[in-house]
Design a protein around this ligand. Structure first.
Ligand SMILES: *[C@@H]1O[C@H](CO)[C@@H](O)[C@H](O)[C@H]1NC(C)=O
Ligand SMILES: *[C@@H]1O[C@H](CO)[C@@H](O)[C@H](O)[C@H]1NC(C)=O
Ligand SMILES: *[C@@H]1O[C@H](CO)[C@@H](O)[C@H](O)[C@H]1NC(C)=O
Length: 259
């Protein structure tokens, strides 16, 4: 089957707010000074080398996850969607834009920046939470955009080179809600104990493909752009429908400036 790029290219994940940025958090404030415990320890595991996919267990501390999960429904005032139809059909999860001065937000961005190292930029898109219940889902999309995005303050053009999707919270009764990468084969069995977050789901052409299960506090990290800056279509993915329970997710996008 030939995949139609016109379908895939629908959009980078759209968010119903302007692409603001947050730049002050990293300048002059060390993690310790703002009260972050960056030492709670996370474990990483490569899921794919090319393109790069890394699973991060315990990306958030328990305090952070508890705090983010406790944010009240009234703060979920936006929507996360791929096209307007998702909003009409009421499958788009609700989104809460976080207070960027919040110490927990700063701690998470600080950790993401450390993780990215030389690949990072000091600028991130506004951090937000998405709350998925039944029947929320996010259709097939790329996090990066075919046309560069524009920073609303500096007017600089950028793209989303790196993505962290953080599973802030997965309810005990959660069913569905996996992040499915139909063009990425599941990791081969190398004799290690299975990672409980990694599942294989057949894609529409019948080949097994990578799906990442929401496990509270964990994250999946990948690169959406090729080295030449073009979109890597193999990293398209969807948030499968939640059929029971609830998950809270968080997207972390560093701005990769183009000029
Ligand atoms: C929730 O919304 C209120 C009102 O807009 C705001 O003052 C508060 O900071 C928000 N809480 C969080 C955690 O973002
Ligand atoms: C299914 O997976 C195979 C093997 O990774 C890939 O070549 C194919 O493009 C995928 N099909 C779809 C529809 O994503
Ligand atoms: C997935 O595809 C494999 C062959 O690639 C097949 O053996 C298996 O039965 C399929 N699983 C499902 C649930 O369809």
């Amino acid at each position: 089957m030939t995949v139609s790029w016109s379908i895939i290219s629908v959009a980078a994940l759209a968010i119903l707010w302007n692409y603001g940025s947050h730049r002050e958090w990293f300048t002059g404030e060390s993690a310790a000074n703002i009260g972050c415990n960056d030492n709670h320890g996370y474990q990483i595991e490569f899921l794919s080398k090319e393109p790069l996919f890394i699973h991060v267990q315990n990306f958030l501390s328990t305090d952070e996850a508890t705090y983010f999960t406790s944010i009240v429904p009234e703060n979920y005032t936006h929507r996360l969607y791929v096209n307007d139809d998702d909003v009409k059909k009421a499958v788009a999860p609700r989104l809460a834009v976080l207070d960027q001065e919040d110490v927990y937000v700063k701690c998470v961005l600080n950790r993401a920046q450390r993780f990215l190292g030389s690949m990072g930029s000091p600028d991130f898109e506004l951090l937000s939470l998405a709350r998925y219940g039944v029947p929320h889902q996010v259709q097939l999309h790329s996090d990066a955009s075919q046309e560069p995005l524009v920073d609303s303050e500096s007017q600089r053009r950028y793209n989303r080179q790196t993505s962290f999707f953080v599973y802030v919270h997965a309810s005990d009764d959660l069913e569905g809600g996996e992040t499915f990468f139909p063009r990425i084969p599941p990791p081969p069995d190398v004799g290690l104990p299975a990672n409980p977050a990694v599942v294989s789901i057949n894609n529409s052409t019948g080949a097994p493909a990578l799906a990442v299960k929401p496990i509270s506090r964990s994250a999946v990290f990948w690169l959406s752009l090729n080295p030449d800056g073009t979109l890597d279509f193999d990293t398209i993915h969807e948030g499968l429908p939640v059929t029971k329970g609830e998950k809270v997710g968080m997207n972390i996008w560093a701005k990769h400036y183009i000029d």
